[in-house]
Design a protein around this ligand. Structure first.
Ligand code: FAD
Length: 385
């Protein structure tokens, strides 16, 4: 854990208190029913936490990336389903931060400041890892773009008041014809389709979005036509560490639960099997601390305005893989108790961390490309020969 300033420590303590009061006591029930945790939006409204990434100029909390990671780890510790709602809302905001003009920022961030949530729609049935393969179109017609098509597996879709939707303004150009739009809830022709039931993060809302001749004002185009893929990739660079933070929270919760259980099941650590199991706990702790260091390093790079794209991919991959490994280990070490208790939820919740916001295989593609690309000599970087 990096050393925290007094201000960050206070934010973390307040967040942990909120998680202990509102999230932890409700997590199992919402996981069981799969119902969306609407109560949480109300409980969090006063704190403006859904506006944690919104700049002060627009009424938000303006937390730096490191602080956002602290908050998301704490939410992931409490319930990754509820944490996903926050992370996905920030993901949508990130697109507006990347490409929005002043007017667009005001319009998008206002609802976040009021405690409402946003949603980010990029994925389609044939366009997940291959995000440039989408078919949803947004064709210009006078002062509007007309959207037709669908998006699937979209977090927060059923409850968001504002969306960032990616659609082809020039289908003949493929991914170079992709553009990003702010789309408001309730526009004629914009409806919710299938609601997905999931293995984990069950209380988060995952839906299909349907667009039938939906007219979006031309002023809602984020950036220029054809810049959608660039905006999406920059957005995901910003957002992937949020998933890493949730994953880390899950892993830490699994370790804490395991320690408590083993202390009562095998109270004498000096005799077997306590000793063997303790070594496993030590390995889990090492993995968690390594992942946290990488996450905080990545956030420090971002907060310093330095490149962090590859670190973002590494952090997401490392934290997600570790969360999966550690939760599976926790279930194993706790035996039937692990398999039949809330610990099993942690293992189910961990799986999605390796899939959404770019699967871990895709992150490894990004990382391996960076590994295989030799750094340019200093002279060439300066434009010399
Ligand atoms: C609960 C949930 C919430 C989600 N929320 C959102 C959201 O809010 N907004 C949004 O836009 N999307 C969202 N998604 C979609 C998510 O981002 C995609 O599922 C993800 O990008 C993977 O795409 P896919 O599922 O189509 O898998 P596919 O692309 O079909 O991949 C299938 C498998 O093939 C592997 N693979 C594919 N291509 C390659 C390659 N080139 N090299 C190596 N391996 C490869 C993948 O790693 C994976 O293992 C969500 C998904 C889920 C399940």
């Amino acid at each position: 854990m990096s050393i925290l300033t007094p201000e960050k420590r206070q934010i973390l303590e307040e967040t942990k208190a909120f998680v202990a009061r509102e999230i932890i006591p409700n997590a199992a029930r919402y996981d069981r029913t799969g119902e969306f945790h609407l109560f949480l939006l109300e409980a969090a409204r006063e704190s403006r936490i859904f506006a944690m990434a919104v700049p002060k100029a627009y009424g938000g909390l303006d937390y730096d990336a490191h602080t956002q990671a602290l908050v998301l780890e704490a939410w992931g510790y409490g319930c990754a389903g509820m944490g996903t709602t926050l992370a996905a809302s920030v993901l949508a905001m990130d697109s507006v931060l990347v490409a929005g003009n002043d007017e667009q920022k005001k319009r998008f961030f206002d609802p976040m400041v009021r405690g409402e949530i946003g949603s980010f729609g990029l994925t389609e049935p044939n366009a997940g890892s291959d995000a440039g393969n989408g078919r949803t179109t947004a064709l210009r017609d006078g002062d509007s773009y007309v959207l037709n098509g669908s998006k699937c597996w979209i977090t927060n879709g059923g409850y968001a008041s504002v969306f960032v939707i990616y659609a082809l303004t020039d289908p003949s150009k493929g991914m170079k014809g992709l553009s990003a739009f702010i789309v408001e809830k309730g526009l004629p022709g914009f409806t919710i389709g299938t609601v997905d039931h999931k293995l984990g993060i069950r209380s988060s809302n995952t839906v299909e979005l349907l667009f039938k001749d939906v007219r979006v004002p031309a002023a809602n185009l984020l950036g220029a036509e054809g810049e959608g893929m660039k905006v999406a990739m920059k957005t995901l660079d910003l957002a992937r560490p949020a998933i890493a933070a949730l994953a880390l929270g899950i892993a830490q919760r699994a370790l804490d639960a395991c320690v408590r259980h083993l202390q009562s099941r095998f109270p004498d650590p000096k005799v077997q099997p306590g000793q063997t199991l303790q070594f496993k706990l030590a390995d889990m702790r090492i993995e968690i601390e390594e992942a946290r260091e990488l996450l905080h390093h990545t956030m420090a790079l971002r907060d310093a305005g330095l490149p962090f794209s590859v670190e973002s991919a590494m952090t997401k991959t490392s934290c997600a893989d570790k969360a999966m490994r550690i939760t599976a280990q926790a279930v194993q070490l706790m035996g039937a108790h692990g398999y039949t208790s809330e610990i099993a939820k942690l293992m189910r919740d961990a799986k999605i961390m390796q899939i959404y916001e770019g699967t871990n295989q895709i992150q490894r593609l990004v990382i391996s490309r960076a590994v295989m690309t030799p750094p340019r000599p200093a002279a060439a970087q300066k434009g010399g020969n």
